[in-house]
Write a protein that binds this ligand. Structure first.
Ligand SMILES: Cc1cc2nc3c(=O)[nH]c(=O)nc-3n(C[C@H](O)[C@H](O)[C@H](O)COP(=O)(O)O)c2cc1C
Length: 227
């Protein structure tokens, strides 16, 4: 089948009742972002538009819509930005916690839309512990967490101008890994049972890994990648 995904297209019905895009660019890791508000409230929210975009120094990105506001017809996008984006930019720091399968319900709970001065943490029942290099705390039970210093934010562009999504980038300055998942000096990613996001309301768990050598000896890889 062919799905017409162009919102400007005049081709009539797109071919499916729901846009399949997010079900196909999947799975996406979830950045479970901790930030602090100006008054010090701990903010925690999941972002599946989250990725590593460069290494050495390591850079991650999450992408956010405007904040939601209530209306007669249900929540709609307001004029302000989401707390994770505003706090990361205002304070210059954030933490990206990874989510394991065991933490799926707590993660989901923290996606609730709460006022900026109300923390998602108490309702999730999660224990937060201090970070080393940045002020936002990390989720104690997360299999790993990346301490980040904000580097830039920018609007995503579409062909007609600015998208409603904005990207927030940060440099990773410290990495926490639960010791249980370190084997022979390497991270056993599959053992972490990382929760990932797909389309609709679907998730997947990353459970199986395999190795494959590259066909050539790219000097970049033999040095940088193995470090
Ligand atoms: C698994 C999952 C992934 C999400 N990914 C995103 C995302 O990539 N971008 C976004 O704007 N909202 C995303 N959301 C919704 C936010 O978590 C939600 O709007 C949250 O209230 C934002 O909180 P904040 O204002 O404290 O940052 C996601 C929700 C869930 C459950």
């Amino acid at each position: 089948m062919y799905y017409d995904s162009d919102p400007r297209s005049a081709n009539g019905t797109p071919g499916l009742p729901f846009n399949p895009f997010k079900a196909l660019v999947a799975p996406r890791p979830i950045g479970w972002v901790t930030t602090l508000s100006a008054s010090g409230t701990v903010n925690l929210a999941p972002y599946s538009y989250f990725q590593a975009v460069a290494d050495s120094p390591d850079i991650v990105m999450f992408s956010a819509t405007p904040g939601l506001v209530p209306s007669d017809k249900g929540p709609r996008f307001g004029s302000g930005r989401k707390d994770s984006e505003s706090n990361a930019i205002a304070t210059g720091e954030f933490v990206c916690n990874l989510v394991s399968y065991d933490l799926r319900h707590a993660m989901n709970e923290t996606s609730a839309h709460l006022p900026n001065d109300e923390s998602e943490v108490p309702r999730s029942g999660l224990e937060m512990v201090p970070s080393q290099r940045v002020k936002p705390p990390r989720v104690a039970a997360a299999p790993a967490a990346l301490e980040c210093v904000f580097t830039q934010s920018m609007a995503v562009q579409h062909r007609g101008g600015e998208h409603r999504y904005r990207m927030v980038f940060g440099e990773v300055v410290g990495i926490h890994i639960n010791d249980e998942f370190i084997r022979d000096g390497k991270v056993d990613t599959a053992a972490m049972q990382i929760l990932t996001r797909m389309g609709y309301d679907e998730y997947a768990v990353l459970e199986k890994a395999f190795s494959m050598a590259r066909p050539d000896n790219d000097p970049m890889l033999s040095g940088a990648l193995k470090r």
